[in-house]
Ligand binder design. Sequence first.
Ligand SMILES: *[C@@H]1O[C@H](CO)[C@@H](O)[C@H](O)[C@H]1NC(C)=O
Ligand SMILES: *[C@@H]1O[C@H](CO)[C@@H](O)[C@H](O)[C@H]1NC(C)=O
Ligand SMILES: *[C@@H]1O[C@H](CO)[C@@H](O)[C@H](O)[C@H]1NC(C)=O
Length: 246
Amino acid sequence: MSVKGLLVLVFVVVGAHAGSIPDYIHVCKRNNPELAQCIINSINSLLPRLKVGIPELNVPPVEPLLLPGSPLLDTKSGATHLKVNLSNLEVTGGSDFTIMELVPKVEKNYFRFKVNHPKVNIEGDYEIDSKILMLQLKGKGRVHLNITNLVLESVLKGKVVTENGVKHLKFDKMTTKISFGSGRIWLDNLFNGDPALGKGANDAINDNISAFFEELKPSFEEGLSNRFTQIANKITETFNYDDLFP
Ligand SMILES: *[C@@H]1O[C@H](CO)[C@@H](O)[C@H](O)[C@H]1NC(C)=O
Ligand SMILES: *[C@@H]1O[C@H](CO)[C@@H](O)[C@H](O)[C@H]1NC(C)=O
Ligand SMILES: *[C@@H]1O[C@H](CO)[C@@H](O)[C@H](O)[C@H]1NC(C)=O
């Protein structure tokens, strides 16, 4: 998720089991006048455990974050002839972040948050057949990516629905905006592994990495938003709303 959104939700969710709340989880009551700060403090104090996972709560390790299987970015937009597929991603640095802004409006089922990851590394599989920045890129292999100051700004909005007699929170599609400080990407095996063409294309991309990401950003934001919404709903659909938000 935004890994952040996931953390907020994980926090709220694990915080919901009154009675069985481990003492390392600091629960925030919804009527707390300093709710945002309370949630920020709770997430920060929970982070060391989230990094390695909390087996007794079925929370998997956030570090590294594995996005296996289905592609994160899988776009075939006719207009721009963009075909990019990123899958089986392993993200390192996702648990290291500062929360720049957090706006929880629990009564409106609205959460907005902005986080900065100083350093993120992503390794995964890619497939590309696209013209980006005047470069015709074609290849399939491993992708390596380093990003500094990755900022994710997400808005989650939901409503309370009743399904099978159980009241639970269901989120509409999350929106996520991405920006970053600097980045360096390397695509192995471009042009069937031709070393000269591959190096030339990678160098050209990195010479103008901001413009390169600018082209991919809308698809990236869309892919991330879809994925995060799925995860968030998977979590909330297993909980009765009144248990979730005491
Ligand atoms: C994207 O890559 C995954 C993993 O290699 C593959 O299963 C999927 O079919 C690909 N999707 C497209 C549209 O190429
Ligand atoms: C980077 O790409 C943009 C958009 O194609 C272009 O306007 C700009 O001149 C490029 N900058 C460099 C340094 O190549
Ligand atoms: C990312 O950073 C690591 C550690 O500094 C480095 O070994 C790796 O080559 C970098 N990857 C890219 C694509 O620049």
